[in-house]
Design a protein around this ligand. Structure first.
Ligand SMILES: *Cc1c(COP(=O)(O)O)cnc(C)c1O
Length: 420
């Protein structure tokens, strides 16, 4: 077990979190390398018959040590910016295992991708494809292109993380994709490499995947009849995790759907999981600053805020919150809130929890995905440090910046000096 109690005290693998908090200060993110390996390994094993490229979606957690750990397990990367491309290469991923997604890549980002000769650039519009062809031509290279199609499938997930409906900004409309492939095949600086789809995040049902993959299979066959042969089928990410009482499909069940829909096509399968690799492998540890009882409510005020984990505020997300030392006292009902000057800075409303006092620690579970990577310095607060645990060892893999470091790159406008 990655995160578990021993004699009432919460551990990350064999590291005592109370002690770790004394060493690194709070709040901090803590990741279990073992859990990361289990989650990633599940994809590798389940999809092994398809010789997959498991291209971890870096935006879920862009910590260098995390990405490095995935690279070391044979993983690739799905990147959505020039910065993530840079980071993936730094972490040791080879260009042949990197795919570039995103609806708004800049010319400079396309150029970096072409220069490195990455596995696949997933374009999302005719204009982007045109620009990619120009960039590649100028560089005297051929760019590996795939078209991210919009299959118009409802992922049955939160509206802010649904990406495969026709009213979403993502992908090339289904009706235009075939024409665009024909155009791509005519462009000498492009090499048509594959087809891509990504219908959303935190999916708990396999049927939307089945629908999307079935459409992708049909498109692939159609293109083959047209004389355009694809090598890669990129299925995106999106598999959900259990935050509370969800029952996400296993990688094995997911692979079964891949087999049933795409198995006879004999293509290279690319998947881009993010959340399902890192989500359960990380927690956010925070200290209780104060408790207060108003007429209506009991509040537990902690030193982590919405800028460290925005999911509850942004997606109405539910995170399990555990006391780092369990006393076994009868629970109370409380709102667990951060210090940020926003009413939305609430981790949990009316949560049943042990009556934790000020000074005690809480662990916000399943914070490995879209925690650190969506963190900000709002209220001029440093982003919490990140700690990677491996058995009984730990390493601070990203330190907390000092206020001076946070001010680096800022200056007073020259005219302000004159006006002073
Ligand atoms: C965000 C994203 C992913 C990863 O999604 P998860 O739900 O975290 O698995 C994969 N592919 C693309 C194109 C994305 O934008």
């Amino acid at each position: 077990m990655a995160f578990h109690y021993q004699n009432g005290e919460l551990f990350a693998e064999q590291v005592n979190l109370e002690k770790l908090a004394q060493e690194v200060g709070t709040p901090f993110y803590c990741y279990s390398q073992r859990k990361l390996a289990d989650n990633f390994g599940a994809y590798m094993r389940a999809l092994a018959p398809f010789h997959p490229a498991v291209c971890y979606s870096v935006k879920a957690n862009a910590n260098l040590a995390v990405v490095r750990a995935i690279a070391a397990m044979g993983g690739g990367a799905d990147v959505v910016s020039g910065g993530e491309l840079y980071l993936a290469l730094k972490a040791g991923m080879t260009p042949d295992k990197i795919v570039f997604s995103g609806v708004g890549k800049t010319e400079a980002e396309l150029e970096a991708a072409v220069r490195h000769g990455i596995r696949q650039i997933n374009v999302e519009s005719a204009e982007e494809m045109q620009l990619l062809a120009q960039v590649a031509q100028r560089l005297g290279k051929r760019a590996n292109v795939a078209i991210r199609v919009n299959p118009d499938v409802d992922a049955l997930t939160h509206v802010k993380i649904t990406t495969g409906k026709k009213e979403n900004k993502f992908g090339v409309p289904w009706s235009e994709a075939r024409g665009l492939y024909h155009a791509a095949a005519q462009m000498p600086s492009l090499r048509v490499a594959g087809i891509a789809v990504h219908i959303g995040s935190q999916l708990l049902d396999l049927e939307p995947f089945r629908l999307a993959f079935t459409r992708i299979a049909a498109m692939t066959r159609q293109l083959e009849q047209d004389g355009i042969t694809l090598e890669n089928i990129d299925l995106g990410g999106g598999l959900g995790i259990n935050y509370n009482v969800e029952l996400p499909p296993t990688c094995h069940a997911y692979a079964q759907v891949v087999r049933e829909t795409l198995g006879d096509l004999n293509k290279n399968i690319i998947v881009e999981p993010g959340r399902s690799v890192v989500g359960t492998a990380g927690i956010l540890v925070t200290r209780v600053l104060y408790t207060k009882q108003t007429e209506q409510k009991r509040f537990i005020i902690v030193d982590a805020g919405m800028n460290d984990l925005i999911r509850p505020a942004m997606y109405d997300a539910w995170h399990s919150i555990l006391p780092v030392r369990r006393e076994g006292v009868a629970p109370v009902v409380a709102d667990i809130v951060g210090p940020i000057c926003e009413s939305g800075d609430v981790f949990a409303k009316d949560r049943i929890i042990e009556p934790v006092q000020s000074g005690r620690l809480l662990a916000i579970m399943c914070a490995g995905a879209y925690g650190e990577s969506m963190a900000s310095e709002y209220n001029f607060r440093p982003v919490p440090p990140e700690v990677l645990v491996y058995k009984d060892q730990y390493a601070v893999v990203r330190k907390r910046r000092t206020y001076d470091e946070m001010l680096q790159g800022q200056c007073i406008a020259p005219w302000a000096e004159e006006q002073a």
